[in-house]
Design a protein around this ligand. Structure first.
Ligand code: THU
Length: 130
């Protein structure tokens, strides 16, 4: 899949965003190593901190289906339907993604692609608890 197709899938997923509190719709499209696509949206809660971000929704869907190896994730977010401004993944999602995806995971935003390590250069990992 091309970057553009992944961004389009993320934008479609943002259409399912449950965000009555922030009104900020986020969508993610996660491409597995074997070419499968898992999408996710942010799911908010009246107890705000229980909100689940779009990236983690997509990742948890994949892992719960037995898929744990990934190539790339596209992320979009917008409060007004204009997804052209980049939406960077939050630190919590980067940490959770890094568990499965590693430093070289490709992160595709509306302004280009990056590596997970560009956002999270010194991540906490299993090595820290050995
Ligand atoms: N959000 C995500 O879905 N992903 C991120 O990486 C950052 C933030 C959501 C959480 C909340 O529903 C809304 O964006 C505003 O913070």
């Amino acid at each position: 899949m091309t970057d553009r197709e992944l961004l389009a899938a993320a934008e479609k997923a943002a259409g399912n965003s449950y965000s009555p509190y922030s009104h900020f719709r986020v969508g993610a499209a996660l491409l597995s190593a074997d070419g499968r696509l898992f999408t996710g949206c942010n799911i908010e809660n009246s107890s705000y901190s229980l909100t689940n971000c779009a990236e983690r929704t997509a990742l948890f869907k994949a892992v719960s289906e037995g898929v744990t190896e990934f190539k790339a994730i596209a992320i979009v977010g917008s409060a007004d339907g204009d997804f052209s401004r980049p939406c960077q993944p939050c630190g919590a999602c980067l940490q959770v993604l890094s568990e499965f995806c590693g430093d070289d995971m490709m992160i595709i935003l509306s302004n280009g692609w990056f590596r997970l390590s560009d956002f999270l250069p010194m991540r906490f990992s299993a090595d820290n608890i050995r």
